[in-house]
Write a protein that binds this ligand. Structure first.
Ligand SMILES: [Zn+2]
Length: 477
């Protein structure tokens, strides 16, 4: 049978297409082989930074975005065609987004693998390869809330300190501010002065996760929990008469500004942050139980903060401690130290019925076409306390707001639960101002923890910063 007359032009076109597909396919094979090889070595060597840097030869580092799509970091070309990492908001996200110029920190480190991976479609990858161009890296959406971050930063202003906001029921970190900071756009040029041993400002330190502070009266949460555990039936019967200075033998414990709180029951002593009441109460606690409760709340232990550098909080009081150490430790002074993020995690566990959700910063990874490559989901760490204990602490913390030192967040617009602290750290210096709390009190959506260094009273100084964030968040309805 005679074949149909071939159309030479159509044939040429078909052959072009076939060759084109073959070339693309071969290109992809080479390309995939390259990646698979690198990835395999990556696993074998378990030293992903140097390996991933070779990805950078093939992939343009992807964007880092806030949850609303605001671009927080992107790679641009300068006049000479060199890649430059640009941070459009300068020092607003300095610690949390980090930098990638001098090693990598923050999200730049956490998400390094994704930022240097490319999931554009295979045809585009092959075309880029053929043209000698890089593939665009994947975009990483963070959990960060751009408005809350801005509000937290401007509320803290030029003061030294830290602010963190997170969702207690998911662990999503919405805002993370540490001051003083630096401009990640110029971190390389500024490095000498930032990292100089003479520089005592600690601009490179993320105070939220790495700053260790005496917890001050925020630690009364832990002391109260231990007391509730020892006296579950009648802890509310505790009574103390405060005349501003509690004397025990040779020791004196002063309430803030030597304020005489008068007749205090357990709830009022917590609400007013009465040092005398808590120092006195501490003398009757079982010290081994106290240490165990502190450790249940993750003192002296690793925190579930995979990928973020952090300092370990410490609680060192043991059985046999002397009276002075017990008095001091029970009200949050002494040798106890905590990071702001750890204080936020304890608060979040209380807000979430005792269960701590692991704090996290990466929400999802998308390719350049907006297709989702990976989604990060909330994960429970575990129960730090029972639901009943969490409810008991919530009741105490609500009283702090309604009738005690947390009046800065007292409003008709929403209910809140909190604890303030004014932590002494050096004789003759002003106290560090602490505030940690959540709102709404009975249906918690937002946890905020604030510390302002050498700023005075927690209620007066740190409270209003938290108020700004709660107001903004709750106004969204
Ligand atoms: Zn008092």
């Amino acid at each position: 049978m005679k074949k149909a007359e071939p159309n030479p032009k159509a044939n040429r076109n078909i052959m072009k297409l076939v060759y084109g597909v073959i070339i693309l396919f071969l290109g992809m094979m080479v390309y995939m082989g390259y990646f698979l090889q690198i990835k395999r070595e990556d696993v074998i060597n378990n030293s992903y930074n140097p390996r991933l840097d070779s990805f950078a030869e093939r992939v343009t580092r992807g964007e880092i975005l806030a949850s609303d799509g605001t671009v927080l970091a992107q790679t641009q070309l300068d006049g000479e065609g060199n890649e430059v990492r640009v941070y459009p908001y300068g020092n607003l996200y300095d610690h949390v987004v980090g930098y990638s110029a001098r090693g990598k920190t923050g999200v730049e480190a956490l998400a390094n693998f994704y930022l240097l991976s490319s999931h554009v479609n295979l045809v585009e990858q092959a075309a880029n390869l053929a043209a000698g161009e890089k593939n665009p890296g994947d975009c990483v959406y963070t959990t960060l809330d751009h408005e809350l971050q801005q509000a937290a930063s401007s509320a803290l202003g030029d003061r030294r300190g830290a602010v963190i906001a997170m969702e207690p029921d998911t662990g999503k970190i919405l805002a993370m501010v540490s001051k003083p900071g630096y401009d990640p756009n110029t971190v390389e040029a500024d490095w000498e002065s930032l990292a100089s041993p003479e520089n005592t400002q600690g601009q490179l330190l993320n105070r939220v996760t790495q700053g260790l502070y005496p917890p001050g009266s925020t630690f009364k949460i832990v002391t109260a929990l231990e007391y509730m555990r020892e006296r579950p039936q009648d802890y509310k019967d505790y009574h103390f008469d405060c005349d501003g200075v509690y004397e025990n033998g040779e020791y004196q414990i002063r309430c803030y500004h030597s304020t005489a709180h008068g007749s205090q029951d357990f709830v009022r002593a917590f609400a007013n942050s009465c040092n005398g009441a808590f120092a006195n109460l501490g003398l009757n606690l079982e010290l081994s139980g106290f240490a165990a409760t502190a450790e249940d709340l993750l003192f002296n232990s690793s925190l579930p903060l995979s990928g973020l550098p952090y300092s370990k909080s410490s609680f060192v009081m043991k059985e046999g401690a002397d009276t002075w150490e017990i008095l001091q430790t029970s009200m949050g002074q002494g040798a106890t130290q905590i990071t702001p993020i750890h204080n936020a995690m304890i608060t979040a566990a209380i807000a979430n019925g005792g269960t701590l959700m692991k704090p996290y910063l990466l929400d999802r990874v998308e390719n350049g076409a907006g297709e989702e490559i990976k989604k990060f989901l909330p994960e429970a760490y575990g129960e730090l306390m029972t639901a009943g204990e969490a409810a008991g602490l919530t009741e105490l913390m609500e009283a702090v707001v309604t009738e005690g030192t947390g009046s800065a967040v007292r409003t008709d617009a929403y209910s809140a639960a909190a604890k303030t602290g004014s932590a002494e750290f050096e004789t003759g210096k002003e106290t560090h101002a602490w505030f940690t709390g959540f709102a709404p009190a009975q249906d918690p959506k937002l946890v905020v923890t604030v510390i302002v260094e050498e700023a005075g009273s927690g209620g007066a100084v740190a409270g209003p910063i938290a108020r700004t964030l709660f107001d903004l968040y709750m106004s969204r309805g």
